[in-house]
Write a protein that binds this ligand. Sequence first.
Ligand SMILES: CC(C)=CCC/C(C)=C/CC/C(C)=C/COP(=O)(O)O
Length: 283
Amino acid sequence: MHSPKAKNTGRRDGSPVLGGSFEFVSLTKPVNRSSPRHLLQRQGSDPTTARLRASESPLRRRGSGSSTGSASGQGPPEEDGIRLNPSLIGISLSSLLAIDLWLSKRLSVCACEDSSWGSVRPLMKLIEVSGHGLPWLAGAAYSLYKSDTAAGQEVMLNLLVGLLLDLILVGIVKAVVRRRRPAHNQMDMFATFSVDRYSFPSGHATRAAMCGRFLLAHLVLAAPLRVLVLLWVGLVGLSRVLLGRHNVTDVLFGFWMGYCQYNLVEILWFSPQTLQGLLGHLA
Ligand SMILES: CC(C)=CCC/C(C)=C/CC/C(C)=C/COP(=O)(O)O
């Protein structure tokens, strides 16, 4: 007898769909469109699914005659967790990565002048400059030089320390991870280091998060301005993706890293005494 479900298990374009049961399909590898539909749905030759099917039942893996582990009602032995976790983590990570790439591409609406929001690109580039390391370093150094109170000098010195720390830490992570920038990015940023050809994490996002926290803790007290600071942090992060400079995860991780970097600045905080000692050495 024909089952209506059996007729509707594939799409017109031949892409795999979920029939009566859940099936995992690699999101990162292109589907072989010439493959027979039943092979795509049964996935007998897909290594990921084969691993899943092999690990879905401890009983099947070890033979139904076994009376140990879950079969005896004592829960799966520890070994099962060890075997299952790598494939589950792998599937979760590759799915997250695929969603990240897809979403980032969809959101890169200012990646070039011809993009759908190409007219907003100059504004996004202005926001980019506002989060660049150079103006922040120059501004903090100038304020330190111009400040005539010990408290002002202390704050500016620590901001400077935080900014330098940020450049070093982001450089290290970028050099270790070496994630390429999105293919749709135009490499037209000014004043970059060689590691800035890598995109993970977004240096603008780390700086925005760290400086945002710094400003809120030490410099900006008025409520409307505090809201503006938060807005600026969000806009810097968003502009990285809209400009096509970064994937979403680069920016999210960058925010988290910048948030943590501020904690480090607080721990390392240079007191007026340390500052005087340093200036004494320099003079
Ligand atoms: C004084 C001195 C060494 C200044 C260097 C400032 C500088 C060139 C910072 C790099 C800023 C930059 C382009 C970071 C890349 O940001 P992403 O958000 O694209 O990762």
